[in-house]
Each structure stands twice: as structure tokens, then as C-alpha cells.
Write a protein that binds this ligand. Structure first.
Ligand SMILES: [Fe+2]
Length: 200
């Protein structure tokens, strides 16, 4: 695997604080950049969970929560076409579009071991928590006849302890992400189940 270390920890320009992209612009970028529909869905799921967390758990405004959504929905935007430069390309695109540095840095924080950027803000910590877990939970839903319907936290926990299930999902990374926040795993799983089930 290519070295994805970004070699820097500061992103964007502080004068762009508050600059955003509309929902339509972000989804357009997604359609242009991400031919893989399953990956697109993953990104929309992470976006939805991020936004819901910002609103429900952090008590943020719609405007602030939109930034959380934006970071989630764009975090893997360059993975399909530029796997060897994953994260760098979308970061540079958002910098050239003069997007809020907090959004850009959050994207840079979704894999500290790969990109070399440590999550500091709550938004940065939560994208790291949700990314792998959201993908894992979706994989678990896909093998159930009723998908998300009737799926509970316990069954997800059981699957996490089965190394052969969704083996590509790194359990160490999930644990590392969780060690940086106060919320227990069970609560996070419940929250993801509740908020990504309806994302199509
Ligand atoms: Fe992801």
C-alpha cells in the first residue's frame, strides 16, 4: 500500500472559516469523483451519522452540523480514482475551493495511522470513530435477510468479535478511535444503527 502520510497537520486557510459547499455541490462532486456506488453510499452514511451526532449530541446549529455532514460525505471522495494519493487529492480540491479549514482538517483526521494527522476537535474525533464502524455495521446489515430491520447492538458486538467477518475492517483502529472519546462502544453502535438505516 502506498504511503499516504500527508506530511502536514495544518490545512486550509483560516480566512475561509465558515465557507461551505451546498448539499447539491457536495453530492455533485461525489457523483463525478466516485463511480463506485457502494462507496458513495458509505460516504453518505458517514455524513448522515456525523450530522445527526452534531445536532443531537453536541447541540450544534444546522449550519454547524452541515459542516459535519460535509466532512463525512466527502471523506473518501478521492479513494476510487486516486487510491495511491487518497486524502491528499480531496484535501487539495477543498483548499482550492476555499472551504472552511475545520472541514478539511476533519477529513485529514479520518485515519491517523495512514495520514499522520491526530484528531483534536470533537468533529475530528467523531469522523475517526464513525468511519470504520459505519462500514462494519453496513456489512453486517447486508448479510441479514431483513437488513437493518430488527438489527440490534448485541449482534454487531458479536460480529466484531468474529475476526473472519468483514476481516478488512481493522478492529484495532475502531478501539483506538473509541479510546479518544468518552462515549462507550454500545452507545455509538446504537446511534449508527439508528441514523444510517434510512440512508439510501
Ligand atoms: Fe470511509
Amino acid at each position: 500500500m502506498a504511503d499516504l502520510n500527508l506530511g502536514r497537520t495544518i490545512f486550509g486557510d483560516p480566512v475561509n472559516a465558515g465557507n461551505t459547499m451546498t448539499e447539491q455541490e457536495a453530492l455533485e462532486l461525489l457523483r463525478d469523483w466516485v463511480p463506485n456506488e457502494r462507496l458513495q453510499l458509505h460516504m453518505r452514511q458517514v455524513g448522515a451519522v456525523m450530522k445527526a451526532w452534531a445536532l443531537e449530541k453536541e447541540g450544534l446549529t444546522e449550519t454547524q452540523a452541515h459542516q459535519w455532514w460535509l466532512a463525512g460525505v466527502l471523506h473518501d471522495a478521492d479513494w476510487d480514482k486516486h487510491p495511491d494519493h487518497h486524502c491528499r487529492i480531496i484535501i487539495e480540491e477543498l483548499e482550492s475551493r476555499q472551504i472552511d479549514p475545520a472541514v478539511i482538517r476533519t477529513i485529514a483526521c479520518h485515519g491517523p495511522r495512514h495520514f499522520g494527522v491526530e484528531p483534536e476537535s470533537v468533529m475530528e474525533k467523531m469522523i475517526y470513530v464513525f468511519d470504520e464502524l459505519s462500514g462494519f455495521i453496513h456489512a453486517a446489515a447486508l448479510i441479514r435477510p431483513t437488513r437493518y430491520e430488527g438489527m440490534d447492538v448485541k449482534s454487531v458486538l458479536k460480529k466484531m468479535k468474529t475476526p473472519s467477518f468483514a476481516a478488512q475492517v481493522n478492529r484495532d483502529e475502531i478501539n483506538d478511535a473509541l479510546s479518544r472519546i468518552q462515549t462507550p462502544l454500545e452507545e455509538i453502535i446504537g446511534f449508527v444503527l439508528e441514523h444510517q438505516a434510512g440512508v439510501a
